[in-house]
Design a protein around this ligand. Structure first.
Ligand code: EPZ
Length: 424
């Protein structure tokens, strides 16, 4: 298993180019199942999770071609022929987002067999809302030996438009139901829909494919089903979590970094908190010039659904608080177990206590390097940030977690002057 080894204590300086958003690319790749025409995508991030999804789609029958062999971010997907409507346990257990083939397969093929995703480190993460919504659209769904077996009744029938109110705001739940509704007969209303920018990016592509969607960006999506969708071209939105991660790295380690190809307008809640912590930011339409001189100030925050502070940035801002002047409280309201990074940060000399779903962070002057272990994607990013701020050498084990959601982070950090290397 690969490790990252770094020597902290140096400020970051230079430019970083942000890749396409993982959490937009994953549903967008699945959207190609909704048509037999080719879908051309650009700015797709080159990540482990994307490679896993492409493998799953190819098993289903999608052909994936790269017009320019040297550019893995530009691809053409064609689901002209679907040879299997099944996502096996082997595929789904490595990546929960595989559940996103359920809605499109059901809409296109009128049947789908998708393994129930198991739990994961950060929580149980059930998919009951996905199932509730598809049932409301007329699908008959059985859970059998760990698989979701869904079909329209009779199989010749399309899904039917329905009014659906999810019990909580769910990002992939909204995406699954949105994709299914585009080919249903009649109108579907999704109340309590997720408003994350990645949901909006998916909706933009679906509209280009001929879907009739209104309310994009709001918590009420209205979809008028159509018979067929056609191909389209789309550039995936920049990754706001990758951009936020690099902003936290500057806030913790100090220095001046020019963050390019990002979307500042999707980072308001994060930038408000980082400004409070003392990060100076100059904002452009697709760039942020961030600089940090001196020690960050402690900022308390709580995670919530977009546009509030994103849970995917919680671990990273905790690493900044770990070295900040003062104490702060961090409340995680989305997942029940997303504090796995706390024990590892404490191994680096942080002073963090957990009380229920709140972490109390007493900022320390200096962290000191140690061997730590990544447990999930954003926890690993948090440990890298802490390692960059710590005195001495830090080694982060199990960085396959990091590779799921960041495209060669150590390479980008090296370009910023960090002393960091990957050990095979
Ligand atoms: C998406 O996960 C993201 N993944 C996650 O990013 C992100 O943390 C999460 O949204 C919240 O923003 C992708 O987009 C691929 P949810 P998702 O359904 O859709 C509960 C990362 O680091 N819930 O919005 O799985 C659930 O347990 C990853 O990039 C149900 O109870 O999250 C959670 O407590 C991690 N039943 C809450 O809702 C359901 O049917 C929000 O989950 C669905 C969800």
């Amino acid at each position: 298993m690969d490790k990252l080894r770094m020597v902290g204590g140096m400020p970051l300086k230079g430019e970083v180019v942000i890749a396409g958003a993982k959490n937009a690319a994953l549903p967008i790749l699945c959207a190609c199942l909704l048509t037999d025409q080719p879908v051309v995508l650009r700015n797709v991030p080159d990540l482990q999770d994307v490679r896993t999804m492409l493998k799953l789609l190819q098993e289903i029958g999608v052909t994936v071609t790269f017009p320019d062999a040297s550019d893995r971010s530009h691809m053409v997907l064609s689901a002209a022929v679907i040879k299997s409507s099944e996502a096996t346990y082997e595929m789904v257990k490595t990546m929960r987002a595989s559940i996103l083939v359920l809605g499109p397969l059901l809409a296109r093929m009128h049947s789908a067999k998708v393994s129930l995703p198991g739990g994961c480190a950060i929580g149980a993460r059930p998919v009951d809302q996905h199932i509730k919504g598809l049932k409301a659209m007329g699908a008959s769904i059985k859970i059998k030996s760990g698989y979701i077996q869904a079909e329209t009744k009779p199989p010749t029938e399309r899904l039917k438009g329905a009014s659906i109110l999810t019990d909580m705001i769910t990002v992939t739940g909204t995406e699954n139901l949105l994709m299914a509704a585009t080919l249903a007969s009649g109108t579907t209303i999704l109340e309590n829909a997720a408003r994350e920018p990645e949901v909006g990016d998916l909706a933009e592509l679906l509209v280009k494919m001929g879907a009739k969607i209104s309310g994009i960006g709001s918590d009420r999506l209205v979809i008028e089903g159509v018979e067929k969708l056609h191909g389209a071209e789309h550039v995936v939105i920049p990754d706001r979590i990758e951009a936020g991660t690099f902003l936290c790295a500057v806030a913790a380690a100090g220095g001046e970094v020019f963050v390019k190809h990002c979307r500042p307008d999707t980072l308001d809640a994060v930038m408000v908190k980082l400004k409070e912590a003392g990060l100076q930011m100059e904002i452009g339409s697709d760039w942020i010039k961030a600089s940090m001189h001196g020690r960050p100030k402690a900022v308390s925050f709580r995670t919530s659904e977009y546009p509030a502070f994103p849970t995917d940035m919680q671990a990273q801002l905790m690493a900044v608080n770990a070295v900040a002047g003062g104490s702060s409280t961090i409340t995680e309201t989305i997942f029940e177990n997303r504090f796995m990074h706390v024990q590892e940060l404490n191994r680096l000399g942080a002073d963090i206590a957990i009380e229920g779903n709140t972490a109390i962070v007493q900022g320390v002057e200096k962290l000191s390097g140690a061997i730590v272990m990544a447990t999930d994607l954003r926890a690993s990013a948090s440990l890298v940030i802490a390692g960059l701020a710590a005195q001495g050498e830090t080694q982060v084990d199990r960085i396959y977690h990091l590779d799921r959601g960041y495209d060669r982070m150590e390479h980008k950090l090296t370009l910023l002057g960090a002393k960091i290397e990957r050990i095979k």
